[in-house]
Design a protein. Sequence first.
Length: 235
Amino acid sequence: MRRYRFINKQRSQYPVRLLCQVVAVPASGYYAWHHAQQQAVTQPEPAWETALVKVFGAHKRCYGTRRLQVALRKKGHRVGHQRLRATMRRRGLRALQPKAFTPRTTDSTHGLRCALNRLLGQPKPGQPKPVQANRVWVSRGIMYLPLANGDWTYLCAFQDMASKQVVGWQVGATMPWQLVTSALQRAFWSQLPALGLLVHSDRGGQYCGKAYRQLLHDHQALRSQSRRGDCYDNA
């Protein structure tokens, strides 16, 4: 189509067939395109095409052919999928493809002081001296859960390392430090932890805040966190 426009601009100075040979297009194709352009000028624009341009702009160029077809149908214009696609291609309307959004739940650049990984010296379940229940609680970090309406909800849970039981959890629309402290507080309410309880997590800012550290101190529990840049430390 760009070649045809080039020929149309230069035809007043050079023969059409010579221009077609230069840009490697058949002359019959150019004349067919030129005839269609003349007809498009003399004929009024269909009402559904006018509505198409308005709907496409109103939705910030994010609607593809399927959603545009539904929007046009609501306005009383029934247009086939192939015809809609061809019209968009002819008008140069191309829907933007936004990148998929994935929430970031762990931010270790908060500048707060992190704890050592005290979990490294603990025996694993099944070893000669396995960890007893309610001696080590681990949090796998804040997890994001997609909702049907396109929003996200966030889950924080603490699990007993020996029994694999979830001892405390909390769900929220956002992920402030209260999400973590509420989950841990529910764990203390539901279980009787052993003296010197070890609570392990990643290095997220919610696990390094003052409220979280104070809650551990009030229950005489030790804080443990993964080492920087070591994914194998993830509980």
